[in-house]
Design a protein around this ligand. Sequence first.
Ligand SMILES: *Cc1c(COP(=O)(O)O)cnc(C)c1O
Length: 239
Amino acid sequence: MEEIGQNLERVRTQIADAAKRSGRSADEIELVAISKTHEVEKVHAAFDAGQRLFGESRVQEARAKIPLLPSAARWHFVGRLQKNKIRHAVPLFELFHSVDSIELARDMNRIAEEEGLHPRVLLEVNLAGEGSKIGFAPDALRAGMETLLAFPRLMVEGLMTIPPLAPEGEASRPFFIALRELKEQIEKEFGAPLPQLSMGMSGDFPVAIEEGATLVRVGTAIFGKRTPAKVRAERAGEI
Ligand SMILES: *Cc1c(COP(=O)(O)O)cnc(C)c1O
């Protein structure tokens, strides 16, 4: 558990270094500690080491975990949100990173209306064009943007992407650049500010910061490896 504090410190230093390299203030970047699959004790250790913002990717798991952590912990949702989980999820999370279709946005908007809430959301973009990956293709996002911005209950605050898995963080750079450019285009075209760019995971978050990330989603570098069975289920979209 002591390790978690050290890991966090290392990640925070890397964030500060990357910010400095790119002439940014480290205050512009928020670290989301991705605690999915990790036991409550480990999340507690991170909380005790000063981390307040956590990310989960399964509503069921988050519903069990969140009440066990101090209420000062804040939670983001980074997974694939199933329609039948929206009602449970909307009050739990302060930001949804992964709205990946108009249908999901429409369902969230309707349920948020019924619940009297205004969820903050990011739109997930699939920049690699991989068939198996979720997210809006850039053209589809532009085509749907007016509809997305018109949902009165959703606060659309930015974009998110997950580049293809690569052994080197540097391989993600073109995708991070593309996300930033897409954000700038959409801001210009639709006159809508999109302040948040959620990009960068354990293997590539310093590169993401150099390219403008405001939210980095780091799991393994803080909490250690997730168990292989869980990683497999995660890839298959079961988690
Ligand atoms: C699991 C997950 C992460 C964290 O990945 P690490 O490589 O463990 O840092 C980040 N973003 C999303 C969307 C995830 O599902």
